[in-house]
Ligand binder design. Structure first.
Ligand code: AKB
Length: 305
C-alpha cells in the first residue's frame, strides 16, 4: 500500500474512521474540510473543494497520489437548497477529477448513494442497473456524477471506484441525511433521552456498520482492475431496518428508549428509496461480505459512543 491520500470532507460522518483504517494500513493521510477539527490524528488543511487553486497547491505540497472524495451535501439538507447542492456536489466532484488528471493521480474513491434510486426503481429489491429517477437534488447530483464516472472510467482517463452507500451506523453523528435517525436513536438511548423520529415507525431502509462500509471501500480500492466488472458504482447491502425495529433492538440490548413518531418532509424522501439492495456484483467482484448484523451493529456502536 503506502499511498499518500487526500481526504475531502474529512470531518463528516465517514472521515475519522477512514483516516484510522487507512493510517493503520500504512498510508499517509491529509485530511481536509471547511470546518475546524477538534482533534484529529493526521495532518489537516482547510480546503473547499470548489477552490481549484488550493487543491492543486495541497496535492503538490503533500505529494498526494490518491483521493477519497467525501465532501458533499446530503439528502435532507440538500432539499433546503437544491441549487447549492447541485453546485457543491457536482462541481466539487469535477474539480477533484480535474485535479487528479492534471496531477497524474490515477485512483479516486468517491461514494455514491442509495438516493440515486427513485420510485421507478423496484424498491423492494434494487439491482445495480435499476432505472434511476431520483427525487432529491442530492440523488440527482450523485447520479449525474455516476454518469461522469462512467465516462472517465470507460475512456480510461482515470480510475474512479465507488459504492452506493446506504445509511451508515457509526459513533459519529451524520448531518443532513434521511437515514440520520439510526445514529440519533443510539445517542438518545445512551443519554437516557426520549427520541422524536422524523420517519414513521415502519419505514424500512438499508443500513450498515461503518466498519463494513470501510472494509468494502478499501477492498474495492485495492482490487485488481481486472476484477472490476463495471465502470459505475456498486450496490452494497448489509441489513434493513425500520425505526420501530431499531428501537426494539436497542431495548433488547439493555436500554429503555422511548420513541415518538413525527414524520416530516424526510418521510417522502425515505419512501422513494430502496428497502432492500441486491449487491451480488460487488460480492462477486471483490469477495466481500458484511461482518455485522443489525444487533451486532447496535451493540458495537452504542458501546463506542
Ligand atoms: C442520506 O441519508 O442522505 C445519506 C445517504 C443514504 O446517502 N445517509
Amino acid at each position: 500500500m503506502n499511498n499518500r491520500i487526500l481526504i475531502t470532507g474529512a470531518l463528516g460522518q465517514l472521515g475519522e474512521f477512514f483516516i484510522n483504517s487507512l493510517t493503520k494500513a500504512g498510508n499517509y493521510i491529509l485530511a481536509t474540510d471547511i470546518k475546524k477539527p477538534n482533534n484529529i490524528s493526521c495532518d489537516f488543511e482547510f480546503y473547499d473543494i470548489l477552490d481549484l487553486e488550493k487543491g492543486n497547491e495541497l496535492i503538490k505540497k503533500y505529494k498526494i497520489n490518491q483521493v477519497y472524495n467525501f465532501a458533499a451535501i446530503l439528502s435532507a439538507k440538500g432539499e433546503n437548497n437544491p441549487m447549492s447542492t447541485w453546485y457543491i456536489n457536482n462541481s466539487g466532484f469535477m474539480n477533484i477529477i480535474k485535479l487528479c488528471i492534471d496531477n497524474n493521480i490515477k485512483k479516486v474513491f468517491w461514494p455514491s448513494t442509495i438516493a440515486v434510486f427513485g420510485k421507478n426503481s423496484n424498491l423492494d429489491f434494487v439491482n445495480n442497473e435499476e432505472p434511476m429517477f431520483p427525487e432529491t437534488m442530492y440523488g440527482v447530483s450523485k447520479l449525474s456524477c455516476e454518469k461522469a464516472m462512467f465516462y472517465f472510467n470507460s475512456k480510461k482517463i482515470i480510475d474512479i471506484r465507488s459504492i452506493r452507500f446506504p445509511g451508515i451506523v457509526s459513533s459519529t453523528k451524520p448531518g443532513g441525511g434521511t437515514t440520520d435517525y439510526i445514529v440519533d436513536m443510539l445517542f438518545s438511548a445512551k443519554n437516557n433521552e426520549n427520541y422524536n423520529c422524523f420517519l414513521n415507525s415502519e419505514t424500512f431502509l438499508p443500513m450498515m456498520h461503518i466498519d463494513d462500509a470501510i472494509e468494502a471501500s478499501i477492498m474495492l480500492m485495492n482490487a485488481d482492475k481486472k476484477n472490476i466488472s463495471i465502470n459505475y458504482p456498486y450496490n452494497i447491502s448489509s441489513f434493513e431496518t425500520s425505526p420501530s425495529k431499531w428501537n426494539n433492538i436497542i431495548n433488547s440490548i439493555g436500554y429503555d428508549l422511548n420513541v415518538k413518531y413525527k414524520p416530516d418532509y424526510r418521510q417522502k424522501i425515505a419512501d422513494s428509496w430502496p428497502k432492500k439492495i441486491d449487491d451480488s456484483i460487488l460480492r462477486n467482484d471483490i469477495k466481500w461480505e458484511p461482518k455485522f448484523n443489525d444487533i451486532d451493529t447496535a451493540k458495537h456502536i452504542i458501546d463506542s459512543i
